[in-house]
Write a protein that binds this ligand. Structure first.
Ligand code: GLN
Ligand code: ZN
Length: 765
């Protein structure tokens, strides 16, 4: 039996890489210093795994920005617009690489960054490879070889991790018409062969190919490509040991294909899809070993050794221990780094957790236990583990009977408004008295350095609660006054009291904890610190009523209450693994429902429940979509439906393709939905038009992700386009998303122009 790790977090346990990259980008350190920071992280990661006793330690799992971009550089998939960057003197390979990741605006060049998108269903984002017809590839970087050599110097014969050829192609985008990216297999294969050959000559014995697409819905053509590519690599390298790694889903209908590939080890994710083990053991050929992904790479919970051992024992019985590998389910990139830094956590809860460093140990202990160790320390670990797992099952910290009971007694009624939209619409029109093309914003106004400094000072105790409160009130009041002055119809309070749209709610809900240092890479140097939902969720006190009520008291116009929806709170947290996500989501939904009702009680008549993450929660396999959408939509509706017809519920979504899920969005039955739409020139609106979406819509009329100030004329243009497909009386006018990251200067100009556009348009139609 052997242990291995698919990949280790590379940001450094104290976010050293983030800091080094950002200093390098701003010219505060030179290339050599950045490289030193990178090498230090690599050797720390290697040593930690070596000391823990891992048999196969990965290399090339490190990256200065993104592992997919690394591959693009290595195989020379460098779009022509960056070629000039490489020619500028003083520019290194890494400068070219960062230009592809972040764009390049100097030396008289102005080149946009490559596109970025989500890595499967994680919150990690990768840089999308760009493919062209007949594209030629060429080995263009020594990154992989240098990392392998680095590990050798540390006394480790590492296992290079490479994105498998088919997955690499499937991750990319065709940038011109008239070809299929899979046709590029033949051009790319020689470069893969060259990489592998070099690694072999350096002394590599193992290669890990990540092929997550083997666990997804793929075309016949992709399946054929899998057969072809691995047959060819096997032919070229009969003596190298190949691991094909799948994760995030089960092999399901691709089982036969996966086990037929001429490789040495197949890795499967048993956390996501334990059922697949049975299928695989049934048909696995004699020359294939199985790597069991039993330790959750995507979450922060302690492994349940007994449960993992049951998978391992079953496999060993069938295959013999030499053909069994033990591993985390996926790369540990998606977990936080090191629990040892968390000195403030409740010790009981801390005892249920394992971050990446602790997971490495778990993998080793599982091997020992599966090998019938008599080592008393390891046996003690096993006992401790059993106790932690059973404590968690019954702890009063987690289990709140009242919450469970309430969730269990939710009825269909709870997710229905009192009357259908056509009746509510009349009631709301009467109450709210809004003009045609009502204007509003998505919630947040600029979080200036000043506002953030107040929060920091308050947290450090340099401002009293009273002083902090007074400053926020002043800022809120100023924002209300300003919106009134420029003529916005539905006002917002500005969200100055919030650091983050999930954290703010998590901090006030029971069942959540926050780490000090539990960072996870989101993209490039950006890291997030997801809250941990460890227990039944409830709301001890109102969360937003104070600020909404204050803002409403400052004006005669309507102020919109502002909440984050249950699906988004779930999606952007580490969730409990001891009950279905749908159950946790329902509990959050009930807490938000209470908040919505409390807002209504104090006279807030318009309430927005943001669900920007609803689409990204879609399962990877299409067959699972309907089930997810059913509970996700229901959760939203539970949160939104406890109010009178006269109370208007808004929702907001960003970066979404709505085509596939438009019916479900309509099922959410929000009175108004505001969507991010301006970058696509209202194209996104067609999904709503084709569906004859009945409720009201605010298609964003300008892009808030850029400092550029839009003109009144271009927004009128967009409104004309919008009302060509959606009746004018259904339309709202608003920016794309919250204004939190913008400066006041551009925000003021943009909103003044937006209001003017709405006024002019409402006269015209
Ligand atoms: N209300 C939030 C804001 O305005 C919405 C943020 C989002 O859509 N991501 O910031
Ligand atoms: Zn948004």
């Amino acid at each position: 039996m052997q242990t291995h790790i698919l990949g280790y977090p590379r940001i450094g346990s104290k976010r050293e890489l983030k800091k080094a990259c950002e200093q390098y980008w701003s010219g505060k350190i030179v290339l050599e210093e950045l490289l030193t920071a990178g090498r230090t992280i690599c050797s720390q990661n290697w040593n930690l795994q070596k000391e823990a006793g891992i048999d196969l330690i990965p290399c090339n799992d490190f990256s200065y920005y993104d592992q997919v971009l690394d591959m693009s550089l290595v195989v020379g998939a460098i779009p022509t617009r960056y070629h000039e960057v490489a020619l500028k003197k003083n520019n290194s390979e890494l400068d070219l690489y960062f230009a592809m990741a972040r764009g390049y605006q100097k030396d008289g060049l102005d080149i946009t960054a490559m596109e970025m998108t989500k890595w499967f269903d994680t919150n990690y984002h990768y840089i999308v490879p760009e493919f062209y017809k007949n594209q030629q590839f060429k080995l263009s970087s020594d990154k992989i070889f240098n990392e392998f050599a680095g590990a050798q110097q540390a006394g480790i014969n590492a296992k290079p991790v490479i994105i498998g050829l088919i997955s690499y192609l499937l991750l990319g985008k065709e940038k011109e018409e008239g070809f299929d990216k899979l046709d590029l297999v033949h051009n790319l294969l020689p470069v893969y062969a060259e990489i592998i050959s070099k690694l072999q000559s350096q002394g590599a014995e193992w290669i890990q190919f990540d092929e997550p697409f083997l666990a997804l819905d793929i075309t016949e053509k992709a399946k054929e490509a899998y057969v072809l590519v691995y047959a060819e690599l096997r032919r070229l390298f009969p003596n190298l040991k190949f691991i094909v790694a799948t994760y995030f889903e089960g092999l399901k209908n691709n089982v036969a294909l996966a086990v037929s590939l001429p490789v040495n080890v197949l890795h499967i994710d048993l956390v996501r899809n334990p059922e697949q083990l049975e299928d695989i053991l049934h048909i696995i050929p004699e020359n294939l070993s199985l790597s069991l992904g039993v330790v959750d790479g995507r979450n922060i919970w302690k492994n349940d050794y007994e449960k993992s051992l049951s998978f391992i024992t079953k496999t060993v019985e069938k295959l013999g221990s030499e053909r069994v590998f033990i591993a985390p389910s996926s790369s540990l990139l998606h977990s936080s780094c090191d629990l040892d830094f968390e000195t403030n956590l409740d010790p009981e809860i801390k005892n249920w957790l394992a971050f990446a460093k602790q997971k490495v140990k778990e993998v080793v202990i599982l091997k020992e236990l599966a090998s019938a160790t008599t080592d008393s320390l390891i046996l003690q670990d096993f006992e401790d583990n059993k106790k932690a797992i059973s404590d968690r099952k019954t702890s009063p910290l987690i289990h709140n009977e009242e919450v469970k009971l309430r969730a269990a007694s939710v009825t269909e009624q709870d997710s229905q408004r009192q009357n259908p939209f056509n009746i509510r619409k009349v009631a709301q029109k009467e109450t709210l008295q809004l003009p045609l093309f009502p204007t509003t914003t998505i919630g947040s106004f600029p979080q200036t350095a000043e506002v953030r400094s107040w929060r920091a000072k308050f947290k450090k105790g340099e401002l009293t609660a009273k002083q902090y409160d007074a400053l926020l009130k002043e800022e809120t009041q100023r924002t209300i006054r300003w919106q009134e002055n420029i003529g916005i119809d539905v006002l917002v309070h500005g969200e100055y009291e919030r650091n983050d749209m999930v954290e703010y709610f998590g901090e006030q809900l029971k069942g959540f904890i926050f780490t000090k240092n539990g960072w996870v890479q989101s993209y490039g140097s950006r890291c997030v610190k997801p809250p941990i939902i460890f227990g039944d969720v409830s709301r001890p006190e109102p969360m937003t009523v104070y600020w909404s009520q204050y803002a409403q008291s400052q004006t005669k116009q309507w102020v919109k209450g502002m909440l984050t929806g249950p699906v988004t709170i779930l999606q952007w947290s580490f969730v409990r693994d001891d009950q279905p996500r749908s159950e946790t989501c329902k509990q959050i939904a009930l807490a938000i429902r209470d908040e919505v009702q409390d807002l209504e009680k104090v006279g807030i008549r318009i309430i927005q429940i943001d669900e920007p993450a609803i689409r990204e929660g879609l399962p990877l396999r299409k067959t699972d979509w309907q089930n997810y959408l059913k509970w996700a939509v229901e959760a939203f509706k539970i949160s939104a439906s406890g109010v009178e017809d006269t109370t208007q519920i808004h929702t907001h979504m960003c970066y979404s393709e709505f085509n596939d899920i438009i019916k479900n969005i309509a099922d959410m039955d929000a009175d108004v939905i505001t969507i991010e739409c301006s970058r696509s020139q209202m194209e996104l609106l067609h999904a709503f038009a084709d569906f004859k979406y009945p409720n009201e819509i605010g298609p964003g009329v300008y892009d808030i992700h850029s400092p550029r100030v839009p003109s009144k004329e271009e927004m009128i243009e967009l409104l004309i386009k919008a009302q060509q497909v959606i009746p004018a009386k259904q339309l709202w006018v608003n920016p794309d998303c919250g204004l939190k990251t913008r400066h006041w200067e551009e925000t003021e100009k943009a909103l003044v122009a937006m209001v003017a556009a709405a006024k002019e348009a409402s006269v015209e139609f």
